[in-house]
Design a protein around this ligand. Structure first.
Ligand SMILES: Nc1ncnc2c1ncn2[C@@H]1O[C@H](COP(=O)(O)OP(=O)(O)OP(=O)(O)O)[C@@H](O)[C@H]1O
Ligand SMILES: [Mg+2]
Length: 161
């Protein structure tokens, strides 16, 4: 696990921009955390870094947004997905064929997710703007990138190397 901390929203966006450097077509990123944790904020920094210049907003009512930057950025929200059958409506396999996909409330559809994924778990810290981000590389593809990613995130890390 790569443990990071940010103390304002721009820091979370900046951290996400660094993560964006390490993605390839077909990647899936899980975003997990309570309401207001910063999942959408992360996606904003991530998409901006990939050249998306339209505003990134929460897809809560539409399930999915698609942005086109240097690569396609799919932004999903599984908050309302209760049954796995509904997860099929997200058409995840099709989305994964085209660009990188970020899923808010991804825990809700865990069995539908690919074995290779980056898990980002955001929790509130002490101050109003403090957030902890626990980043886990799951599967061979992300494990191979773990060291490089951890190095790149060193300015936000609070775990020992
Ligand atoms: N360190 C921080 N990182 C991220 N967001 C922060 C931070 N500090 C304050 N904030 C604020 O917290 C809020 C995060 O909102 P955001 O919409 O990103 O949450 P979310 O996890 O997507 O919530 P939801 O589950 O409702 O979609 C924003 O208002 C943002 O300005
Ligand atoms: Mg959100």
């Amino acid at each position: 696990m790569i443990s990071c901390a940010t103390d304002d929203v721009e820091q979370t966006r900046a951290l996400a921009a660094v993560v964006a450097v390490h993605v390839v077509d077909g990647d899936l990123l899980m975003l997990v955390g309570d309401l207001g944790a910063g999942k959408t904020a992360f996606t904003q920094g991530f998409a901006r870094a990939l050249g998306v210049d339209t505003p990134v907003t929460s897809p809560t009512f539409t399930l999915a947004h698609r942005y086109v930057g240097q690569i396609v950025v799919n932004h999903l929200d599984a908050y309302r997905v209760e049954a796995l059958t509904e997860a099929e409506d997200l058409a995840l396999p099709e989305l994964l064929e085209d660009g990188v996909t970020l899923v808010e409330w991804a825990d809700n559809i865990l069995p539908a997710l690919p074995a290779d994924r980056l898990e980002i778990r955001i929790t509130m810290g002490e101050g109003d703007d403090d957030r902890h981000l626990e980043i886990g590389c799951v599967g061979a593809s992300w494990s191979a990138r773990r060291h490089e990613l951890a190095q790149a995130l060193s300015s936000w890390r609070h775990d020992p190397c």
